[in-house]
Design a protein around this ligand. Sequence first.
Ligand code: PLP
Length: 401
Amino acid sequence: MSDEPTPLGSRRETLTPSRRMRDGVQRSGARRMMDLAWSIPDAIHLEIGEPDFGAPPHVVDAAIEAMRGGRMGYPPTAGLPELRERLVSKLAGVNAIDTTVELVTVTNGGCQGLYNVFSVLLDEGDVVAIPDPGWPNYRSMIGLNGGRCEPYRLVANDDYRPDFERLEQLGHSGCRAVVLNNPSNPLGTVMEPEVIAEVVDVARRHNMWVVSDECYDELGHDAIPLSPASLPDSEHVISVFSFSKTHAMTGWRLGYVVAPDSLAELVARVQEPLVMGINAAAQFGGIAALEESSHVEMMRDVYARRCARVVDQFRTAGIDVATPAGAFYLWMDIRDAGVDDRAFIESLLEEEHVAGAPGSSFGTAGIGCVRFSLAAADDVLVDAAQRIVRHLDRVRLDAVT
Ligand code: PLP
């Protein structure tokens, strides 16, 4: 296929999809494993970040009431005013972000919030620094918006702190934005406030935007992580949040973006041609979720307890893993098993019926690691961990014989 643009007036020789689509969008490794796992009826699903809790009943009731009450016309593009007002209070109380209704845009999940932001920020060929390992969708979203990704490492033997030398280097060479994701998917780590402040400072010095993905914000196990937009001099920070994980509302597709004055109107404006507005019932559900939100703390405590228990189980079996500090992801280095991470994950599914995600699908820094989502019931996790240990033992044995 030719990548040259076809001049107006000349005839295209072939019908092709866009170069952005061809080069920019890759399937996520976790989603690929999910498709494979669906063909195994008794598979244990630890491959994607899906909370095992349902949305809280009062949230469901609020959405049903809105539908029954006929409040289902086109909502305002940037979101229902009442929801945006409540988000301003949530951002102040939970994230220490001082903002106003005009600066908050309700989006179709954190996903579309991030997409809006990249659409607003990027020109063709602009470079964006993304975490490695990191959530693979950044790459696709940035590619679809004409940008180019340059990974920066989260360094395993430095508590997964960003490689600051690399960030400085990218800043010097005209990088447009840095993506920060805290708590981290896939690592389950939480960055220290001084590390976040340092990233914000590097970005400020080099005129880069910070795109702060805080979709797991309230799932910091010990404390809610520092929001970069709460720091002084953070006019270059755009923050993206979601109801998906923190309120167990993945299928509702509800998220929001807080942007500085210079960008907020554009973040909402770009939404008009994309989706016009966000599902009204989901927004009424979101209002109820913020009005009474004790479920967030309850679920966070359950995730933290489960993570600690599974880590204990692995350590007792002689497998050294770090206790996740946020979200519900367990990151495991399996390099000493002498097998490729994709091969390990595929054989684990085939032989033990446990679905996980290969670390290499999160970037080159993930090669030789695997990720398990621990958002499953306690007994399921105990069973899954036993199977993973058994499989690791078998693979290790095969490698030496
Ligand atoms: N950011 C990260 C790091 C994620 O893991 C996800 C979902 O898995 C999202 C953003 C977007 O989630 P949603 O679109 O459901 O809000």
